[in-house]
Design a protein. Structure first.
Length: 59
């Protein structure tokens, strides 16, 4: 049985988006509309507008 060498290839260094840290999503605090505008503890994720969800820094 031949021993296979595992070639560890380093991932291509893609620059991560600084806004979403490479996740492509950002957290948006949920605001409950109405007369009393209050911010809840809930957070929803939204598409990162800096990288448009790709997670890669664009410049
Ligand atoms: Zn981003």
């Amino acid at each position: 049985m031949p021993t296979k060498k595992r070639t560890v290839r380093p991932a291509p260094a893609a620059k991560k988006c600084g806004t979403c840290k490479g996740s492509g999503e950002i957290f948006i605090p949920v605001r409950v509309g109405g007369r009393k505008q209050r911010t809840t503890d809930d957070q929803q994720t939204g598409l990162c507008l800096a990288c448009l969800g790709s997670g890669e820094a664009t410049d």
